[in-house]
Design a protein around this ligand. Sequence first.
Ligand SMILES: *Cc1c(COP(=O)(O)O)cnc(C)c1O
Length: 223
Amino acid sequence: MTHSIADNINTVHTEIARMCDHAGVATATPRLLAVSKVQPKERVIAALEAGQRNFGENRVQEAEERWIELKAQYLDIKLHLIGSLQTNKAAKAVELFDEIQSVDRVKLAKALAKEMTAQNRQLPVYLQVNTGAEEQKGGVMASALPELLEACQKLGLNVHGLMCIPPSDDDPSLHFALLKKLAKQLNLKHLSMGMSNDYALAAAMGATDIRVGTAIFGDRKYS
Ligand SMILES: *Cc1c(COP(=O)(O)O)cnc(C)c1O
């Protein structure tokens, strides 16, 4: 198991390099966030032992249960919140995470800004964009993005970039292209896009962060 997770991480890096070469993109290699939600602890340890340090989680409570302890053991871990956040969990999120990729509304931005000041922790944030305008999905609509960005900046939030989760039944490249266009218009440098099925494509299209779960850890078993 230990061996295969290290292999999977290497494969992701190799695939990214191959796609970027092929596309003729001389981009910097994106950061790999290993999405460890729901995965058994021994798989997470295997990734840590393989040298992986950036991890994505989508729920505050689950992340706390696992990472408070591991962060004390591996001091250079960076934890990224990639799931929707309720304002009443903002304090815990700011305490535990190192970056927050799922800011999608002013109310949440306000709660986070307040907590960052209170805890004196200025975390980089990303704005999550609902590029497919899906009703049930988190993220700000593209049309409301400039307004949200302005509000975040007025609140003093350190907005690094944009994040999206394309609809599962759509060609992801359309969504990656849209996210990239929006970031360019708004002068934001970072693009968090691409998951297990499309991370190499995302990398070739300019992703600076890719978020890979099952391709590293195997299937998630929800209990
Ligand atoms: C679960 C999740 C991922 C990882 O998905 P895989 O298909 O397992 O790679 C990436 N991003 C977000 C926001 C997620 O919730």
